[in-house]
Design a protein around this ligand. Structure first.
Ligand code: GAF
Length: 389
């Protein structure tokens, strides 16, 4: 399968010159991510294990001295101009066709406190929208790197990830955790990123499916997801309520699962706790398997994570369930939904020799149900955010 070409920075620079009447001062790129395992653990102060995709967002940028951010995108018709010293975008009720620009403008407003200023930005993305592959975080991180470089502001990457997360929480109004921004800024080729979302400490874990004769397929289920709806926030609130009832500062601190389940009366909260506590253990087990060179064994962890997300956390959707089921029946080692849920993508770990059979089985399962055919991406673990030119 042919992967989309890397961002054409020449074309982006030319587009910038056409849009803004001058050359950009540089071009920056930030990738989308796939989370191998550790879902809905980040805002519970837990562990995640994402890796960076070869697809992402590129931003051509130049400073401006009028205190304004002007954002244009090759994927959007509307140009958006906003002052850097405004309040929060979330409180300004932007019309739907400007919502995409809340991410770069939000980042510019948060980073202003650290010494950055106005900018002209032209954005290009080759990440599918609504596929749960973190196009929003990639847009935030490419913008954040561009602004820091342009204004000579030095912020280390873990701190920059927290600022980009803050922009999404406060400016956009989406109560996401730390995973996606950290993945985009900290991931490395051939590695997955083990991140402790409480301390912010991370380590690079070898992750090279091809070397083990395996393929990790990303399956865009074509059921579009939007986490700005209430479901994600409700899950987060349920976890916080359970932690408070259990007298811990976050569900990461639950050490005795049986005792915690016995202490909670609400069956919904019990299910949420069951997922978060076991998912944190699965991340640690997965890291152990990868470090031991036992990558195919990860399949069982992915299956267990999927069942937990489906039955305990209740964030899966029919296309993701059918994908995992069809893949495993066709000989994949395992699979699971990825990201926040309610639509988006799934991953499937399969021996390379069975990849075509597995893909065909998934496609046939969709066709039997009359669903839009899925899209497949091969996803070698790729480079984190960087300056391109
Ligand atoms: C979304 C959020 F943005 C992340 O912070 C994380 O919570 C994820 O859903 C679920 O693991 O991608």
């Amino acid at each position: 399968m042919d992967l989309p070409a890397l961002p054409m920075t020449g074309a982006l620079s030319e587009g910038f010159a056409e849009a803004f009447g001058r050359a950009p001062e540089g071009v920056w790129h930030a990738p989308g991510r796939v989370n191998l395992i550790g879902e809905h653990t980040d805002y519970n102060d837990g562990f995640v294990l994402p890796f960076a995709l070869p697809l992402g967002v590129s931003v051509a940028a130049a400073r401006r001295d009028d205190g304004v951010v002007e954002v244009r995108s090759l994927q959007a018709a509307t140009a958006v101009t906003a002052p850097v010293d405004g309040g929060t975008v979330a409180s300004e009720n932007w019309p739907a066709d400007r919502e995409w620009a809340a991410y770069p403008v939000g980042v510019a407003r948060v980073l202003r406190e650290h010494g950055t200023g106005g900018a002209s930005l032209l954005i290009d993305s080759d990440l599918p929208q609504g596929a749960g592959l973190s196009s929003s975080a990639a847009l935030e991180c490419a913008t954040a790197l561009a602004l820091c470089d342009l204004y000579g502001v030095e912020i280390d990457r873990p701190a920059l990830a927290r600022l980009a997360q803050r922009a999404e929480n406060e400016q956009v109004g989406m109560p996401c955790g730390l995973m996606d921004q950290s993945a985009s800024l900290l991931c490395a080729p051939g590695r997955a990123l083990m991140l402790d979302c409480r301390s912010g400490l991370s380590s690079q874990v070898p992750f090279d499916p091809a070397a083990s004769g395996m393929v990790l397929l990303v399956v865009d289920t074509r059921a579009s997801h939007a986490l700005t709806g209430g479901d994600y926030g409700r899950r987060r609130a349920e976890c916080e309520e359970a932690a408070s009832l259990l007298g811990v500062s976050a569900l990461r601190d639950v050490k005795d699962l049986a005792a915690a389940l016995a202490a909670l009366r609400d069956p919904v909260l019990r299910r949420r706790v069951q997922h978060v506590v076991t998912e944190n253990h699965r991340v640690e087990a997965a890291v152990g398997l990868l470090r031991a060179g036992a990558l195919p064994e990860l399949g069982a962890m992915l299956n267990a994570s999927h069942l937990s997300l489906r039955d305990q956390f209740e964030v899966s959707w029919p296309e993701a369930d059918a994908t995992v089921d069809a893949a495993v029946r066709a000989g994949a080692r395992g699979g699971r939904m990825v990201g926040g849920g309610f639509g988006g993508s799934a991953i499937v770990l399969t021996p390379a020799a069975r990849a075509a059979t597995v893909r065909d089985a998934i496609t046939a399962a969709y066709a039997r149900r009359g669903w839009t055919p899925p899209e497949f991406l091969e996803a070698p673990p790729s480079e984190g955010a960087h300056r391109v030119s």
